[in-house]
Design a protein around this ligand. Structure first.
Ligand code: FCB
Length: 403
């Protein structure tokens, strides 16, 4: 064990990936052919504001990657946009593939490891119109997209097939409209199985390339039970999380995404159990979530238990706040919990912070998760102190330990 002036630390394993994450729709801007764009501009849309130009990262990604690398971080997780790469069914855009290939090359030039997500929530309009994940050929369409995408992944080691399938499936209700089909289907074992098949199909495609480490990422909600409600907690948890972890048992790695915990206990509704409200006085983040950095430790331990020890990569963890020093506190707590889980044998290969940039949080720009602020009019980037702080840990490859 070593120590810095303030916090005790321990070395991370050699080759540990330190980085930050984004997703195409949240940062690129003008993702006009995607399902979410349609939704944002539908009459009566539930979103507070549309994504618009977002962070204009479609054009400014070289600056984003340079800032990440300059701070000392060594990995960038970003996603490919299916709606750009396959704008119409069976029409592949070579120019858009070349765009994403340039992003990979830019990472390489900066010595940054690209972690590439094939699908992060959004899909093309035509896929939505044909029923989205309810379409009879959904698995085949995704397999084909994975084949197309894999043509630019020759030297890419880390690939995520699908981001948070459990959040896609478990949105409270399917929104079905005649123009665009089904977007974000509701909690449905059927859709869960379809998405799992799509994942396995993509794994097979990527596996054929030999060099790729592939997996999907799961939103870990750290379900805890009010004493006596453990069985209901387990039932609540299965189709919202554990089914998706079980599907990762044979994968190269599983992405762990952690922000919060959810306490399951009695409710007044028909089901009679569900998430409990946070007690009065609980510190909340800008997304309304409880400030609970130790969630990451629980998430890693639970993931290990359900998958049986598949290597883990923290693919998202962070906090929406206007107070950057609180972001550093939160991340310190999360990294301490991760270090403790690793000391107990959890095999964690890296930590990718959500997010590199303040971005479009699926309906609003208000919840600021970024290590870098983005001016909404000029798109000027301003690194926050947390970027240099996390980069400092990365450069020394040291994890903070609980004091
Ligand atoms: C996750 C999403 C990511 C981001 C964070 C805050 O569920 O994968 O895109 O919105 O939450």
């Amino acid at each position: 064990m070593t120590s810095t002036s303030t916090t005790p630390t321990t070395p991370a394993p050699d080759g540990f990936l330190w980085g930050a994450a984004t997703a195409a729709h949240q940062v690129e801007g003008n993702n006009v052919n995607s399902s979410h764009w349609v939704d944002e501009h539908s009459p009566g849309t539930h979103v507070a504001e549309p994504s618009g130009d977002a962070c204009d990262s479609y054009h400014r990604y070289p600056e984003d990657i340079a800032l990440l690398a300059g701070a000392g971080l060594g990995a960038y997780r970003f996603s490919l946009e299916w709606a750009r790469i396959e704008p119409e069914r069976d029409t592949v855009s070579a120019a858009q593939l070349a765009h994403y290939r340039r992003m990979i090359d830019t990472c390489r030039r900066h010595g940054v490891e690209p972690v590439v997500t094939l699908h992060h929530f959004t899909f093309p309009r035509w896929f939505g119109r044909s029923g989205g994940w309810y379409a009879p050929d959904a698995v085949d369409r995704f397999r084909r997209f994975a084949e197309t995408a894999s043509t630019i992944l020759d030297d890419v080691t880390w690939v995520v097939t699908i981001n948070e399938p459990n959040m896609m499936v478990n949105q409270s209700e399917a929104r079905i409209d005649t123009e665009n089909g089904v977007n974000f289907p509701g909690p449905s074992p059927h859709v869960a199985r379809v998405i799992a098949q799509a994942h396995h199909a993509a794994m097979e495609v990527l596996g054929r390339r030999g060099h790729v480490q592939a997996g999907w990422t799961v939103a870990n909600q750290v379900f805890q039970a009010v004493p006596g409600w453990e069985q209901q907690r387990d039932e609540w948890q299965y189709w919202r999380e554990d089914y998706f972890l079980e599907q990762a048992r044979d994968d190269d790695f599983v992405g762990v995404q952690s922000y919060l915990r959810t306490i399951i206990g009695p409710t007044d509704d028909e089901l009679g159990y569900g998430p409990q409200p946070w007690p009065e006085g609980t510190e909340r983040t800008l997304t309304g979530w409880e400030y609970y950095p130790q969630a990451l430790g629980h998430a890693l331990r639970h993931t290990r238990e359900v998958t049986g020890g598949v290597p883990m990569l923290v693919t998202e963890n962070g906090m929406a706040t206007r107070d950057d020093s609180r972001r550093i506190d939160y991340t310190t707590g999360a990294l301490q919990a991760m270090a403790a889980a690793m000391a107990d044998g959890c095999d964690v290969r890296g930590y990718l912070h959500w997010s590199l940039l303040d971005n479009y949080e699926w309906g609003s720009f208000d919840p600021t998760f970024g290590l870098i602020a983005v001016d909404r009019t000029t798109f000027a980037r301003t690194p926050k102190p947390s970027l240099a702080w996390l980069g400092g840990l990365a450069k020394s490859n040291l994890l903070p330990l609980a004091g």
